[in-house]
Design a protein around this ligand. Structure first.
Ligand code: HEM
Length: 485
């Protein structure tokens, strides 16, 4: 049977549609006056942009483009999410959220999980030397404001501040830190700071997406939304989710710094001499191929599983082809794409679905996440390019949604990216190694040289986690019925 239609007016917009963005604020806050906060929240709820609202905004953007009007449509969208500590502060029982009980990453919080499971560099005494002090505090919630310009965002932020009485003696919230993200300028728009096109492969959802391009099959809504078919909490007990906890999603936020000059320097110093056909490469070509093999896509976005040794911008730009690959022609081989390449590690596609004995087919649908990151920080300066050293903070405000942090973000980081034996191919003598972009631990990987798949290359960390937290983005009904008073 066809899945029941989703209530698009009940689901926060960033989860399924992504708030349209040129620039974004993540405003992390504490609740300082519970009774007042719950009243203020009632006034705030009408500001929340739902999926239905985003779809209307997208129409306005399309019209604007069709009419070839100058500039961008003035648009903004606000979402809100709460941490477990936030619910504790509010005195709200959130046992209907965390299916893993006290061990659930949502309950544990990212500060502890970063050490226990995510592999963030930690001192012996259990402190996180790289983390920004703001994220070492307890954070109760986060407002996400998204829009066309910094002016629109500032106005929205002011509106929110007025609702919660910020600046008055009995304000109900206290800002901990606001982090601003900006889409990169010009041709680099939609590219992350290492230069690769991002945001290509996100799951499509049964009963929601109408355009399904060739590629990974649509997943059940419950992979992303709590309380729907595919939500693993319902396997524990079909009535696990109380009403207020359905139509929500868990948000994993990560403050990830990228060392771009160092990454570029590594590519320059380790060019591949030949491609997989034995053709000699110029040093720049060898460096470009090395980078593409670390990510699994060329900077253009073209997947190397389809275009292994030469970039193909037309392929990259074609939504019908740019996500249509399964690593199917190379089970047990990393000639075209290394096992540990970022996109193969984080979505191994047929590597797990095809059953070479003794493994059976393992569905990876439940491991899909909806990524909604944005870049932060300036473009590389001339001096950074010359010196090959990072002098300005930049990176990715990584954000992803899922119905289970244990199955989604945490699993991908811990059991795939940081695990040198994943994906497990019995017939291949070498270990894949770590994800070269986000893997934490002893950072080496095989398969970078297509003519010498066993060769290991060691590399420094190019991405440094400096904070983050796990949140729950409730439905509008959940906000109204249980969180606000
Ligand atoms: C895909 C970059 C962090 C999970 C990608 C792509 C790029 C990229 C360029 C390919 C474009 C696309 O398919 O949309 C980065 C950078 C990161 C980062 C530069 C850090 C600064 C992470 C983290 C996770 C993650 C922390 C999860 C733990 C994924 C997933 C995909 C992806 C699931 C899609 C794979 C697919 O379906 O083919 N990333 N990423 N990424 N990334 Fe990341």
């Amino acid at each position: 049977p066809a899945p029941a239609p989703l209530d698009l007016k009940n689901i926060q917009g960033d989860i399924l549609s992504g708030l349209p963005k040129k620039t974004q604020f993540y405003i992390f806050f504490n609740i300082t006056n519970v009774a007042r906060f719950r009243k203020d929240l009632k006034k705030f709820i009408p500001l929340v942009k739902t999926v239905a609202g985003v779809l209307e905004d997208r129409k306005a953007i399309d019209d604007h483009k069709k009419k070839k009007l100058p500039g961008l449509v003035t648009l903004s969208g606000v979402n809100i999410s709460f941490s477990h500590q936030g619910f504790v502060k509010l005195g709200i029982d959130d046992t209907g959220l965390a299916a893993g009980g006290a061990q659930d990453p949502f309950v544990v919080g990212q500060k502890k999980d970063a050490i226990t499971n995510l592999g963030d560099p930690a001192n012996k005494d259990g402190t996180l030397p790289d983390w920004d002090p703001a994220f070492l505090k307890d954070i109760h919630g986060v407002f996400l404001i998204s829009g066309d310009s910094i002016l629109t965002l500032e106005k929205k932020k002011l509106e929110i501040a007025v609702i919660f009485g910020v600046g008055t003696p009995n304000t109900s919230i206290k800002e901990i830190i606001t982090i601003r993200g900006d889409v990169r300028p010009g041709d680099e728009s939609a590219h992350e700071h290492f230069g690769f096109l991002d945001g290509i492969s996100n799951p499509t959802i049964k009963g929601f997406d109408t355009v399904i391009n060739p590629g990974p099959k649509p997943v059940d809504a419950g992979v992303l939304l709590t309380g729907h078919t595919g939500d693993p909490a319902l396997d524990i007990r079909p009535d696990f989710r109380p009403d207020w906890a359905t139509d929500g999603s868990f948000l994993s936020f990560r403050y990830l710094f990228q060392e771009v000059p160092e990454f570029n320097d590594f590519l320059t110093k380790n060019p591949l001499a030949k491609d997989g056909n034995g053709k000699a490469l110029k040093p720049e070509e060898g460096s470009e191929l090395l980078g593409a093999r670390m990510v699994g896509r060329w900077k253009s976005g073209a997947p190397i599983d389809v275009a292994p040794f030469k970039d193909d911008p037309a392929l990259a730009a074609d939504p019908k082809r740019n996500n249509n690959f399964e690593f199917a022609g190379e089970i047990n081989s990393q000639l075209r794409c290394p096992f540990a390449a970022h996109v193969r590690k984080t979505n191994p596609r047929d590597d797990l679905e095809v059953p070479p004995p003794p493994r059976g087919p393992i569905s990876i649908d439940g491991r899909r996440i909806m990524r909604r990151g944005v870049q932060f920080g300036p473009e590389l300066t001339y001096r950074e390019q010359q010196e090959g050293k990072t002098l300005h903070a930049r990176g990715l405000l990584f954000a992803c949604y899922q119905s289970s942090l244990t199955n989604g973000f945490q699993f991908i980081q811990k059991s795939w990216a940081n695990n040198k034996t994943f994906p497990p191919f019995e017939t291949q003598p070498e270990d894949p190694g770590l994800d070269p972009i986000i893997g934490q631990g002893v950072r080496e990987m095989s398969g970078l040289d297509p003519l010498n798949e066993q060769k290991l290359l060691t590399m420094p960390a190019f991405v440094v986690p400096r904070g983050g937290e796990y949140f729950f983005s409730p439905s509008i009904k959940g906000l109204k019925s249980t969180i606000a008073t």
